[in-house]
Design a protein around this ligand. Structure first.
Ligand code: CO
Length: 209
């Protein structure tokens, strides 16, 4: 028997289901993609971008990594952002974290997790930048707050990329959003940290310091 046969079977059923409802779906999609959204989310298997916002293939461009980080020098993430903004011309970049994030929780621990601790160092930075907000909390409340603060910080990192800065300079319509998803009830919370232009971004940075 072929390895992972059940997945091939499920794939056939899925493709057939779609073709039954819309015979031209794959033909149309094979010719071009024109998504309006770039999703930057966590790799967690419980947070699948398309399903959460109920969008079919072709509607959302996706980058995922542990704890939905946008690291200034991460060529992988930056390449995704560049392609999404400059070629696909997405109108929205959504950074979506989630409560109960293993990456966030691990970053709060004082134990050795191996190589990944170097990645989680970026979350430790967020924790240090926001010590005043986090020190008064503990347990679950503290974890949830760090999930939110991490998303807000990554939104700022997206805004700081040369790609987004140049898009705004050109006058492109491009909004950056920060959301947090609850794996307990499937609901997304808007952190109301949406930034749509350079002036708004500068104002945000100034009010933070
Ligand atoms: Co996560």
């Amino acid at each position: 028997m072929k390895p992972l046969q059940h997945l091939f079977q499920q794939n056939l059923e899925w493709a057939n289901d779609i073709k039954e409802n819309d015979p031209e779906f794959f033909t149309r999609l094979s010719q071009q993609q024109a998504p309006e959204y770039l999703w930057i989310g966590c790799s967690d298997s419980r947070v699948p971008a398309n399903q959460i916002v109920n969008l079919p293939p072709g509607e959302i461009f996706v980058h995922r990594n542990i704890a939905n980080l946008v690291v200034h020098t991460d060529l992988n993430c930056l390449s995704v952002i560049q392609y999404a903004v400059e070629i696909l011309k997405v109108k929205h970049i959504i950074v979506c974290g989630h409560y109960g994030c293993g990456g966030i929780n691990a970053a709060m621990e004082d134990t050795d997790h191996g190589l990944i601790d170097n990645w989680l160092g970026h979350i430790k930075d967020v924790s240090r930048f926001n010590a005043d907000k986090l020190d008064q909390l503990s347990g679950r409340e503290k974890q949830d707050m760090l999930c939110e603060l991490n998303v807000k910080e990554q939104v700022i990192n997206v805004c700081n990329t040369t790609i987004v800065q140049n898009a705004w300079r050109r006058g492109d319509t491009l909004s950056i959003h920060g959301w947090v998803y609850s794996i307990k009830n499937g609901i997304i919370k808007d952190l109301e940290t949406c930034i749509t232009n350079s002036a708004q971004f500068q104002q945000k940075i100034a009010s933070k310091s």
